[in-house]
Design a protein around this ligand. Structure first.
Ligand code: GTQ
Ligand code: FE2
Length: 343
């Protein structure tokens, strides 16, 4: 007779069956941690304060050069990234910090990955994107969409430091990561940004069916002006979106950018999303409560809002604004975007 109460506690798999599973690359689902949602460690917010990153970037600039390594870049790797080959900052979003010194260049190349630059410090550097010269001044957003040739140079004084954001993690997962070194060839013709610089009136752009904005440079002053003039939103803060003027959608298919500011002295209503966000403080200071963690921030700090955590932002400084890059479009296009505002 079999005693079922003791049997249920024993491993029902005899050693030779367990060995057969292993040898034949078969895994019992009932033992897989991903089948039991609750056992997975979920990503938590993390911050890289400027007071910490700036001296490290300065030290790094002394010992490494784009002449040797092409791009003097330090990736911001989430503490929840488990493997060196899938370095991510938050969800599918990958952020890095790049430093270029006066006189230096990073040679042209292109890749399938969508990328953007958000400038933190320095004057006189620029990125050339498919032949368009995009000056990089603090608070400017520069797009380098997938397969657009890009190179950086610095004709000013003092170091220029910016945050790069890429969708590389997604490409690695999808097997679509691809790269081409220069020299520049087969360059796609692009419109001048000036063609889209008048509000509410657009040039005809027949045949311009691309998965990215034809505008490659969004200057700080334009974004700041739009933010000042924006109405207070349903979360009690102000938020503007950087858009593709052709269709009013996100600037690129996988990266969606915003500039936000809490109303001075009032915390935004807690908001939750299936999407992931990397935040770069443009100016001012304040704090965010994300999940059960409080992150105090000021200018040039970078911090993350991982998916599914309630997030609220507070500032009593009227100069405050936060640049946000999200993978919201990835979720939206897959029908997986869920957003909630607390009642
Ligand atoms: O500057 O083109 O952080 O290709 C990672 C990959 C920057 C760049 C990064 C890149 C670049
Ligand atoms: Fe690149």
């Amino acid at each position: 007779m079999t005693d079922t109460s003791t049997l249920s506690k024993q491993d029902p798999a005899p050693p030779e069956l367990r060995a057969a599973w292993e040898a034949n690359r078969m895994v019992p689902l009932w033992e897989s941690p991903t089948a039991h949602k609750l056992e997975i460690e979920r990503e938590q917010p993390h911050s890289w304060p400027w007071s910490v990153t700036k001296p490290i970037l300065q030290r790094t600039a002394e010992i490494q050069s784009p002449k040797v390594v092409e791009r003097r870049v330090l990736s911001l790797v989430s503490p929840f990234s488990k493997h060196p080959e899938d370095e991510f900052t938050c969800g599918t979003v990958c952020a890095t910090m790049q430093t270029l010194l006066p006189g230096e260049r990073a040679r042209p190349h292109r890749h399938s990955m969508n990328a953007l630059r958000f400038v933190m410090e320095g004057m006189g550097a620029a990125t050339i994107v498919d032949g368009k010269d995009c000056p990089m001044e603090p608070g400017d957003l520069i797009l380098t969409p997938g397969w657009c040739w890009h190179e950086h140079y610095h004709a000013g004084e003092g170091p220029t430091i910016w945050m790069d954001v890429l969708d590389v993690y997604l490409h690695l997962f999808l097997g679509t990561d691809d790269f081409q070194p220069g020299p520049v060839r087969d360059q796609t013709p692009q419109y001048d940004d000036i063609a889209f610089s008048t509000a509410n009136i657009l040039p005809g752009v027949d045949g311009h069916q691309r998965e990215y904005s034809p505008v490659f440079r969004y200057p700080r002053a334009d974004a700041w002006k739009a933010l000042q003039n924006a109405p207070v939103g349903s979360d009690g803060g102000k938020k503007v979106r950087y858009v593709n003027p052709v269709d009013g959608g996100s600037v690129m298919s996988t990266l969606d950018c915003y500039l936000m500011a809490p109303v001075t002295g009032t915390a935004t209503r807690p908001y939750q999303s299936t999407a992931n966000t990397v935040c770069c403080v443009v100016g001012g200071s304040g704090y965010s409560v994300i999940g059960d963690k409080r992150i105090d921030w000021k200018a040039h700090d970078i911090f993350t809002v991982p998916q599914n955590l309630w997030a609220t932002h507070y500032s009593d400084d009227p100069d405050t604004s936060i640049f946000m890059v999200t993978d919201r479009e990835v979720y939206r296009r897959l029908g997986l975007l869920k957003e909630k505002l607390q009642d």
